[in-house]
Design a protein around this ligand. Structure first.
Ligand code: NDP
Ligand code: GDR
Length: 398
C-alpha cells in the first residue's frame, strides 16, 4: 500500500485528490489547519473513526508556516508521495496579505522539500508542487508561436501570489537538480468545480445565478469581465497530479484545456443554464447585464419550478422573484474587485501532458458549467426550505 501526504487537503483540489488516491488503494494522510469553526466540509464524507483497525485516511493538525510541525508529520508518515497543495490561493487577497502569502506559498514549499532532505527521504519520497498559470502573468509577448503558454514560456508574475508561487516553482526545480529528488511542478491553469471556493469568479457566478433565479438575490456584482481564463474541471486536474508522480523521470507539466473564455461569457453560460438570457449595455464600470428574456421550459427543467411570465413580472409558483422583472439589472460592475495588476489572458498548451502522461480530461467548459449549476440549484433549494421557515441562511460571495 502506498502512502501519500496531502497539504491543503481541506481545499477544492485536496478533497478530489484524496478521493482519487483512496480509490487507488493509498493510505492517505492530510494536513489540516486548526480553525475556530469546522473547515473540513469538503472531506467530511471521507472521515474514518480512528479507533477502527483498517484506517486508510488520517488528518494531522499543521501549518505550512511551521517547520517543526512539517518535519514531525513527514517523519511520522514516511510518505511515498507528497502533494503540496496548501496555499493562500486567492490572487486578489494576496495584495492584502503579501508577506503571509510569501511565507505560506513560497517558503512553505521550501519547508516541505527541506524536511524530506533533513529526514533522508530523498530517494523514497516523490513531491508534487502546485504551480500555477499565474506564473506567466498573461504577458502576450511570452506566448509560443501558436499563441499558448507551454512548459518553455517565460514567467512574469503579476501579483504577490504569483511572485510567491514562482519561488515555489524554482525551489522545487532546484531541489530536483541539486539533490536528485523526484520533485515536479504541475503548472495548472484555472480549474473549478462545485467545491470551488465561493469567492473565485466561476463559483461566485454560479452561486449568484442560482440565487437570482430562485429569488434569493437581486444582483451579482463583478470586477473585470474582460479577463480570459482557460477553465477546466478540478476532478480532471487531480488525475494529472497523480500521473505526474508516476512517471519514470521527474519533470514539469502544463495542465490546461487549450480553450480560453471571457468572464462575461461564463456569466452568459451560467444564466443560460436556468433559461435566462442576458443583454449587456453600457461600458466599463457602467456596464450592466439586464435580463432580456426567460426560457420557461429550460427554467422548469433546471429548477423544477414553474415560471409564469405575467406582463413584465416573473412569477414562480405564485412567489414573485424578489424585485426581478424583465429588464432588471442583474449584473453590475464593482471596481473594488479590480486588481492592482491584472492577468488579462491565460491559455495553456496541454500537448506535453496529453502525449507524455496520457492525460485525457472528461469535462469541457459546458460540462463544467452544467456540473456546477446542477449542484448550485440543489444548494439553493435546500436553503430555500430554511428561508421559508424564517431562517437567514444566504450569504453573498465577495
Ligand atoms: P483552495 O484555496 O481551495 O485550498 C487551499 C488549501 O490550502 C486549503 O486546504 C487551505 O486550508 C490550505 N492552506 C491555506 N493556508 C495554509 C497554511 N498556512 N498551512 C497549511 N495549509 C494551508 O485551493 P485549490 O484547492 O483550488 O488549489 C490547490 C493548490 O493549487 C493551491 O496551492 C493553489 O494555489 C494551486 N492552484 C490552484 C489552481 C486552481 O485553479 N484551483 C490553479 C493552479 C494552482 P483551509 O481550508 O483551512 O483554508
Ligand atoms: P484567478 O481566479 O485570479 O485566475 O486565480 P479568480 O476566479 O479569482 O479570477 C479570475 C478572473 O476573473 C476576474 N474577476 C473576478 N474575480 C473574482 N475572484 N471575483 C470577482 O468578482 C471577479 N470579477 C472578475 C478576475 O479579475 C480574474 O481576471 C485562480 C486561483 O485558483 C489561483 O490560486 C490559481 O493559481 C489560478 O486561478 C490559476
Amino acid at each position: 500500500m502506498k502512502t501519500a501526504l496531502i497539504t491543503g487537503i481541506t481545499g477544492q483540489d485536496g478533497s478530489y485528490l484524496a478521493e482519487l488516491l483512496l480509490e487507488k488503494g493509498y493510505m492517505v494522510h492530510g494536513i489540516k489547519r486548526r480553525a475556530s469553526s469546522f473547515n473540513t466540509q469538503r472531506i467530511d464524507h471521507l472521515y474514518q473513526d480512528q479507533h477502527e483497525k483498517s484506517v486508510n485516511f488520517k488528518l494531522h493538525y499543521g501549518d505550512l508556516t511551521d517547520s517543526m510541525n512539517i518535519i514531525r508529520i513527514i517523519q511520522e508518515v514516511q510518505p511515498d508521495e507528497i502533494y503540496n497543495l496548501g496555499a493562500m490561493s486567492h490572487v486578489k487577497v494576496s495584495f492584502d496579505s503579501p508577506e503571509y502569502v510569501a511565507n505560506v506559498d513560497g517558503l512553505g514549499t521550501l519547508r516541505i522539500l527541506e524536511a524530506v532532505r533533513i529526514l533522508g527521504l530523498e530517494k523514497k519520497t516523490r513531491i508534487y508542487q502546485a504551480s500555477t498559470s499565474e506564473l506567466y502573468g498573461g504577458m502576450p509577448e511570452n506566448k509560443n508561436a501558436a499563441g499558448f503558454y507551454d512548459e518553455n514560456s517565460p514567467f512574469y508574475p503579476r501579483s504577490p501570489y504569483g511572485a510567491a508561487k514562482i519561488y515555489g516553482f524554482w525551489i522545487t526545480k532546484n531541489y530536483r537538480e541539486a539533490y536528485n529528488m523526484f520533485a515536479c511542478n504541475g503548472i495548472l491553469f484555472n480549474h473549478e468545480s462545485p467545491r470551488r471556493g465561493e469567492t473565485f469568479v466561476t463559483r461566485k457566478i454560479t452561486m449568484a445565478t442560482a440565487a437570482i433565479a430562485m429569488g434569493l438575490q437581486d444582483c451579482l456584482y463583478l470586477g473585470n469581465m474582460e479577463a480570459l481564463r482557460d477553465w477546466g474541471h478540478a476532478k480532471d486536474y487531480v488525475k494529472a497530479m497523480w500521473l505526474i508522480l508516476q512517471q519514470e523521470k521527474p519533470e514539469d507539466f502544463v495542465i490546461a484545456t487549450g480553450v480560453t473564455t471571457k468572464v462575461r461569457d461564463f456569466v452568459e453560460m451560467s444564466f443560460a443554464h436556468v433559461g435566462f438570457k442576458i443583454r449587456w449595455k453600457g461600458e466599463g464600470v457602467n456596464e450592466v447585464g439586464v435580463l432580456e428574456s426567460v426560457d420557461a421550459k429550460k427554467y422548469f427543467e433546471s429548477t423544477g419550478k414553474e415560471l409564469i411570465v405575467n406582463g413584465s413580472e416573473l412569477n414562480v409558483n405564485g412567489l414573485t422573484l424578489n424585485n426581478l422583472t424583465i429588464n432588471s439589472e442583474i449584473i453590475r460592475v464593482d471596481p473594488t474587485y479590480f486588481r492592482p495588476t491584472e492577468v488579462d489572458l491565460l491559455l495553456g498548451d496541454p500537448t506535453k501532458s496529453k502525449t507524455q502522461l496520457g492525460w485525457t480530461p472528461e469535462y469541457d467548459l459546458a460540462g463544467l458549467v452544467n456540473d456546477m449549476m446542477i449542484s448550485e440549484v440543489k444548494l439553493v433549494q435546500k436553503n430555500m426550505h430554511l428561508v421559508e421557515r424564517g431562517h437567514e441562511v444566504f450569504r453573498h460571495a465577495e
